[in-house]
Design a protein around this ligand. Structure first.
Ligand code: ATP
Ligand code: MG
Length: 174
């Protein structure tokens, strides 16, 4: 069971972007080498919207394609590391498992090594590899509520809890 679970109401796309950037900025304050966030919810729930805003906050420029067809998009990151007074060079992996027809495609995809190594990974449609993914630091569930979205953020690790605690109070009302 997660020790932190927050329910948020996201009135529009901008609220989803605010949530994602706040989590990304919290990670950048103390960038642990490995971070995994799963994003689940139906078609059009806002998973890619969240991932794009998270990547932008990490400094990714240029086009951010949805990985619905490619399965994986990688972005090189240069994160200012305040502790080392230098730059942390790492990668972000934006993954979408929608096209998996069987969870065991996870085993053949090579993604286990990608997600298990250093870097920030965000996975859309994690349920397509149910039971095979490593423990996520945070799971983000989005569901339509009229034109708005109801969002549940759950923290499953200490790192996840630290990020969840950094969310702005204004978002925690829902
Ligand atoms: N609160 C909200 N958060 C995110 N998106 C919203 C919100 N309200 C409306 N939207 C709209 O919903 C759509 C979400 O599309 P997006 O591609 O992010 O969904 P997705 O969950 O990645 O879908 P898919 O499963 O097809 O990959 C966008 O058109 C966005 O403008
Ligand atoms: Mg998507």
């Amino acid at each position: 069971m997660p020790s932190v679970a927050l329910t948020l109401r996201l009135a529009d796309e901008h609220d989803t972007e605010t949530l994602a950037s706040a989590l990304a900025l919290a990670w950048m304050q103390h960038p642990e080498p490995r971070l995994l966030i799963t994003l689940d919810g139906d078609l059009g729930a806002g998973k890619t919207t969240f991932a794009r805003a998270f990547l932008r906050a990490l400094g990714v420029q240029g086009r951010i394609k949805s990985p619905s067809f490619s399965l994986l998009e990688e972005y090189k990151l240069d994160i200012p590391d305040l502790q080392l007074k230098g730059t942390l060079q790492t990668s972000a992996y934006h993954i979408d498992l929608y096209r998996f027809s069987d969870p065991h495609e996870w085993d053949d995809s090579g993604l286990r090594d990608v997600v298990g190594g250093a870097g920030v990974s965000m996975i859309e449609w994690p349920q397509r590899a149910q039971g095979l993914l490593p423990l996520a630091d945070l799971s983000v569930h989005l569901e339509p509520d009229g034109e708005q979205r109801r969002c549940t953020v759950r923290a499953w690790t200490e790192q996840g809890q630290r990020l969840a605690r950094a969310l702005p109070e204004g978002l925690k009302s829902g």
